[in-house]
Design a protein around this ligand. Structure first.
Ligand code: SF4
Length: 198
């Protein structure tokens, strides 16, 4: 069994699943090094809410708790909601989700609205300034999903206190980074350039 949770500095990360609806060219799941580098993050099964919560003895001791992968955590929306609810009963530590923003389309629900009051911060992978570029870089399961990612960002802004969108450096050029930064500004959300880790 790979690791369900791991820490970086004083943040706790929850490895909710290795499944994803993208297959990004830069994804660590697709690189030769694979997951890990000290941590074994390949799960042999997706953990239940109880399995996750059993690993988090004292949530209050972290600066932030993050639902992530390597994979798309909101594929497992029910588990994220249940764990977030139970953590909120025990801690004031901010909860964050790192997501590709496909979840509302996948589940046919307004996912940011469902996360309202449970998730304090959301970080959405934007990765590109257009559908065509997104499809080249992220190789999603549905070629129109970029429109739904933009919609997801707009809905997140309504329901979640802190919204970030991110791009990965070195994968796109400076001009494209600026277009993404401008798009984030138009959408009224924070922009973050992430370091390529492949
Ligand atoms: S969205 Fe994240 S987990 Fe999914 S393929 Fe892209 S980098 Fe990997």
């Amino acid at each position: 069994m790979g690791m369900i949770t791991y820490t970086i500095d004083s943040r706790l990360y929850i490895n909710v699943t290795n499944k994803c609806t993208n297959s990004c060219i830069f994804c660590i799941r697709n690189t030769e090094r694979g997951l890990g580098d000290g941590y074994d993050l390949w799960l042999d099964h997706d953990p239940t809410a109880d399995e996750i919560l059993n690993e988090i003895k004292d949530p209050q001791k972290y600066d932030e708790i993050i639902f992530c992968g390597y994979g798309e955590p909101l594929i497992r929306l029910d588990v994220v909601i249940e764990v977030a609810k139970r953590l909120k009963e025990k801690t004031t530590v901010p909860l964050r989700v790192n997501t590709n923003g496909h979840a509302s389309f996948i589940h046919r629900k307004n996912v940011p609205q469902l996360l309202s009051g449970l998730i304090d911060r959301i970080s959405i992978s934007l990765n590109a300034s257009s559908k065509q570029k997104y499809n080249e870089i992220c190789r999603p399961f549905n070629e129109d999903i970029y429109d739904h990612v933009i919609e997801f960002i707009k809905e997140s802004k309504k329901y979640i206190k802190e919204v970030w969108v991110s791009c990965v450096d070195t994968i796109i050029d400076e001009e494209e980074i600026e277009r993404c930064r401008e798009l984030a500004k138009q959408l009224g959300v924070n922009f973050k350039l992430r370091a390529y880790e492949g």
